[in-house]
Design a protein around this ligand. Structure first.
Ligand code: BES
Ligand code: MN
Ligand code: ZN
Length: 504
């Protein structure tokens, strides 16, 4: 299995001098990149010929691998389609190089030199360094193979060295490439956790896995067990967990890099290791995807490891409530009223809206831990998949300034977020006759209703909610511009956000 790790460095060699298993050069729908043009000359016009024949179109994520037969020191050339230059952004840059990395890894390529096209430097955030970071990160994402869980496997293939070229060779680039390895590690860890089946990643095993992976980072981990949750009156998390034989936990991770009296960012992630829907049982078709219902929690836990590696001068605390959502003789039922640790009561109208219930206790815990700002992320609503597909994370907020910081972090990370409104008319939908709030309303505005519910538990703190139900996993067969499977979003966004908090 390849975890996606590789040595990454900057190099200034032109493509006519790069001795490597494979050089990656860009092609746009209307032109070849500068590096591709140089390679074309060395190859006697082969690329131009293929372009004229429409065999290289430069369409987004097109991959054309040719062997150079000694006409270039690189054994292979991968011409990577980048589409229309005006449409290129951080998200597309990451994805294109992710596809390129995956193609080369599968072909057994070990060393890669990637040429950052000038057109990418113009679009990626802070210019050269951001473009270099995006290209390196993308290749490392493509180098991740995931757990195949097969007893008979092809021999392991992995890229072990990546040279990023065309961006100069200086301290800023070196730092950006180091960030790229940390960010790619966090993304790939999120993806690995998200893809793990629920029998190998129970709430406790997730906590243990995080503990193991944090060794040597200086991060402090605390795992609240069932008795602790009872002592804190976390009736939301305990209520959802009732149907499961696996005990629930709340995973808390602290990183204190800022002034003790400075702002404290809380990252709260949904950690449902499997969502059957409970008594409001989901239909069977596609239910296996619900092993990834801890994708938000995974992103938060993976981001913490990256934050500990990059050491921003910020205070960050992670809170991940984790449980299965199961039917059974002890399971919570529609009509039940749960009392959360904030003292607020919930009328359960649908046991499949469990994420918001466990997050209620997670958000309250973040407040009690001294959070000054809260960002939560969750695979929360099917309605978000309907609204935004697998392309975009839904962002909802009660605070413009924090939302702008998250948007900026997402841009730097190459993650896509778009805001859904929280107009006051949405507030009335969750009013309950028997408790403070009910957990579901009708299908209309389902993603926003969920946010209205969560907002009740952040009270007056600035807060952003990121619904990753669609963006966290691409299982749509005709969505071919995004890599299949778990994306790892928004792990990188959370890391960039913590960095931005250092200058608050
Ligand atoms: N985990 C699901 C949401 C989900 C759906 C995530 C598809 C990823 C892909 C969540 O717990 C859920 O079941 N939500 C319900 C809420 C409804 C009962 C109000 C939904 O979206 O159907
Ligand atoms: Mn559910
Ligand atoms: Zn769920």
């Amino acid at each position: 299995m390849s975890e996606g790790r590789a040595a990454v460095s900057a190099g200034d060699v032109p493509v006519t001098d790069a001795a490597t298993d494979a050089a990656i050069v860009g092609a746009f729908d209307d032109s070849l990149s500068a590096a591709a043009t140089q390679a074309d000359a060395a190859l006697g016009g082969l690329l131009s010929e293929m372009r004229d024949a429409r065999e290289i179109r430069g369409s987004f994520a097109e991959r054309t691998v040719i062997h150079t037969l000694g006409r270039l020191p690189a054994r292979r050339l991968l011409v990577l389609g980048l589409g229309k230059p005006a449409q290129l952004d951080g998200f597309r840059l990451h994805n294109a190089f992710h596809f390129a990395g995956a193609t080369l890894r599968k072909q057994g390529v070990r060393s890669v030199t990637a040429y950052v096209p000038e057109e990418a430097i113009a679009v990626a955030g802070d210019g050269t360094t951001a473009a270099a970071r995006a290209v390196a990160t993308g290749i490392l994402l493509g180098n991740f193979e995931g757990d195949l869980n097969k007893s008979e496997r092809d021999p392991d293939t992995a890229i072990d060295s990546v040279v990023v070229a065309g961006v100069g060779h200086n301290g800023a680039i070196e730092a950006a490439l180091r960030e790229a390895t940390v960010l790619a590690d966090a993304t790939n860890l999120t993806r690995r956790w998200a893809a793990m089946p629920s029998n190998t990643l129970t709430p406790r095993l997730l906590a243990e896995s995080a503990r193991t992976l944090y060794q040597g980072t200086g991060l402090e981990v605390e795992v609240l067990e069932k008795a602790d949750l009872e002592r804190e009156g976390m009736g939301g998390l305990l209520g959802v967990a009732r149907g499961s034989d696996e005990p629930p936990v709340m995973i808390i991770v602290r990183y204190d890099g800022g002034r003790p009296d400075g702002p404290r960012l809380a990252l709260v992630g949904k950690g449902i290791t499997f969502d059957t829907g409970g008594i409001s049982l989901k239909s069977a078709g596609g239910m296996e995807l619900m092993k990834f219902d801890m994708g938000g929690g995974a992103a938060v836990l993976a981001a913490m490891r990256a934050i500990a590696a990059l050491r921003p001068a910020a205070n960050v605390v992670a809170v991940v409530p984790a449980t299965e959502n199961m039917p059974g003789g002890h399971a919570y039922k529609p009509g039940d009223v749960l009392t959360t640790s904030a003292g607020k009561t919930i009328e359960v109208t649908n046991t499949d809206a469990e994420g918001r219930i466990i997050l209620a206790d997670g958000l309250s815990k973040a407040r009690r831990l001294g959070a000054t700002h809260i960002v939560d992320t969750a695979t929360l609503t099917g309605a978000c998949v309907v609204a935004l597909g697998h392309v975009t994370t839904g962002l909802m907020t009660n605070d413009r300034a924090l939302a702008a910081m998250v948007q900026g972090a997402a841009d730097a990370a190459g993650d896509r977020v778009a805001e859904l409104p929280m107009f006051p008319e949405y507030d009335v939908c969750l009013r309950s006759d028997v408790a403070d709030m009910k957990n579901t309303a009708g299908r209309e505005g389902g993603t926003i209703n969920a946010a209205v519910f969560l907002r009740e538990y952040v009270e007056d703190l600035p807060w952003v909610h990121l619904d990753i139900a669609g963006s966290g996993w691409n299982d749509q067969s005709d969505q071919t511009q995004i890599p299949k499977g778990p994306s790892g979003t928004p792990a990188r966004t959370l890391v960039h956000l913590a960095t931005a908090f250092a200058s608050l």
